[in-house]
Design a protein around this ligand. Structure first.
Ligand SMILES: Nc1ncnc2c1ncn2[C@@H]1O[C@H](COP(=O)(O)OP(=O)(O)OP(=O)(O)O)[C@@H](O)[C@H]1O
Ligand SMILES: [Mg+2]
Length: 312
C-alpha cells in the first residue's frame, strides 16, 4: 500500500514556543489514523500545516505525491478539511452553506446539486436543509461542518476534534459517518483528546504531547507500552489532591489518573496493591463505592509515558 500522507521532520515554532517538534508519521491509503493528545499538544498546528494554512518552520509533508511546499493547489484538491472551529454562515440555510463550499471547490450546476444532496443525506439532515444554521443545535452544526468537508469527495479527510461539546446522538452519528466514509475508501486523519473515539475508529494512533509524538502504533501495539500492568478503577466520589498524593505514595503504584469521581491506578500487581489502596483511600476520608480491575487503555498508556492524565 502507498503512503498517501508523509510527514517528515515537521517543526513549527511560534517565537520561543515549539508547538510541533520533529513530528514524523505516514498514513497508508484507506487508513484511519488517529492523533491523540491533550489541549495544546500541537494537533491543530499539525493539521494546519498539512492543509497548507500554516507554513512549517522545518520539514516536509507529501500528500498523494504532492509537496505542501510548492504544489499547494494539488494538495488542497486531495484534502477535505473539517476544522475545529465551525465555518458556517449562521444566516444561510444548511443547503446554501453547502452550496457555497461546493462552489469554492469548483463544483457547479447539477454536479453541485448532487454533491449537496448527498452531503445532507450523509449528515442525516436532508429534511431540515432549508432551515437557517442559526436555528441548528451544536451537534447539527458539526454534522453540516463535516458535510462541507467532503462535498468534493476528497481522497484524504482531516478532522480536527469533530465531536467536542456535542450531544451523544450527534456524536454517535459522527463516529458512524467516519466509519462509513473510511469503508468507502476515504483515508482519514482524526484528531481528538477522547481516547475512546480514537480506540474505536483508528487503525493506527499517534499519541502527542508538547509537540512531540511520544508513541505510535496500533491499539494493541500501544497497549504493550503498559504490558503486564493492571488498572484498578475505584469509584470514590470526591477526589482531593491529598488523596492522589497518598495513592501515588503506595508501593507498587506506577501512576494515578482521576476523572469524574473515579481514580484509576496503574500497577504491575493489582493483587498486592488492592488492600493498601482501599486502606489508604479510607484513611484519607474517601468514600469507596466500587473497585474493579480493568484492561489498560490509551489513557493508561498516556499516564505511563507522561505521568499525567490525558483528561486533565
Ligand atoms: N498562531 C499561534 N501563535 C502562537 N502560538 C500558537 C499559535 N497557534 C498555536 N499556538 C500554540 O501552539 C501550541 C499547540 O497548539 P494547538 O492548537 O496545535 O494544540 P491542540 O493540540 O490542537 O490543542 P486543543 O486540543 O486545545 O485544540 C499551544 O501551546 C498553542 O498555544
Ligand atoms: Mg486543536
Amino acid at each position: 500500500m502507498t503512503d498517501i500522507v508523509q510527514v517528515r521532520g515537521l517543526v513549527k515554532r511560534f517565537g520561543e514556543l515549539v508547538a510541533v517538534d520533529n513530528v514524523e508519521f505516514t498514513i497508508a491509503e484507506g487508513e484511519t489514523f488517529g492523533l491523540l493528545g491533550p489541549n495544546g499538544a500541537g494537533k491543530t498546528t499539525t493539521i494546519s500545516m498539512i492543509s497548507c494554512l500554516l507554513e512549517p518552520t522545518e520539514g516536509e509533508i507529501i500528500v498523494d505525491g504532492h509537496s505542501i511546499r510548492n504544489e499547494q493547489t494539488a494538495v488542497k484538491r486531495t484534502l477535505g478539511v473539517v476544522p475545529q472551529e465551525i465555518a458556517l454562515y449562521p444566516m444561510l440555510s444548511a443547503a446554501e452553506n453547502l452550496a457555497f463550499w461546493g462552489r469554492m471547490y469548483g463544483l457547479s450546476g447539477t454536479g453541485l446539486k448532487k454533491a449537496v444532496d448527498e452531503a445532507l443525506e450523509l449528515a442525516g439532515l436532508a429534511d431540515r436543509s432549508k432551515e437557517r444554521i442559526e436555528k441548528y443545535s451544536g451537534g447539527m452544526r458539526r454534522r453540516i461542518n463535516i458535510a462541507a468537508g467532503i462535498l468534493h469527495k476528497p481522497k484524504v479527510l482531516l478532522m480536527d476534534e469533530p465531536t467536542v461539546g456535542i450531544d451523544p446522538q450527534s456524536r454517535n452519528h459522527i463516529l458512524e459517518t467516519v466509519k462509513n466514509l473510511n469503508s468507502s475508501g476515504m483515508t482519514v486523519l482524526y484528531t481528538s483528546h477522547y481516547m475512546e473515539e480514537v480506540e474505536y475508529l483508528c487503525d493506527r494512533i499517534a499519541i502527542m504531547d508538547h509537540g512531540k509524538i511520544i508513541a505510535m502504533g496500533t491499539l494493541n501495539e500501544l497497549r504493550d507500552v503498559v504490558g503486564g500492568m493492571d488498572v484498578i478503577s475505584v469509584i470514590v466520589g470526591e477526589v482531593s489532591d491529598g488523596i492522589i498524593t497518598a495513592v501515588n505514595a503506595i508501593e507498587g503504584v506506577e501512576g494515578v489518573n482521576r476523572a469524574n469521581g473515579v481514580i484509576e491506578v496503574l500497577t504491575p500487581s493489582s493483587s498486592s496493591v488492592l488492600g493498601r489502596l482501599v486502606a489508604t483511600l479510607e484513611s484519607e476520608g474517601a468514600h469507596v463505592t466500587s473497585v474493579t480491575v480493568i484492561e489498560p487503555n490509551l489513557e493508561s498508556v498516556f499516564l505511563r509515558l507522561t505521568g499525567k492524565s490525558l483528561r486533565d
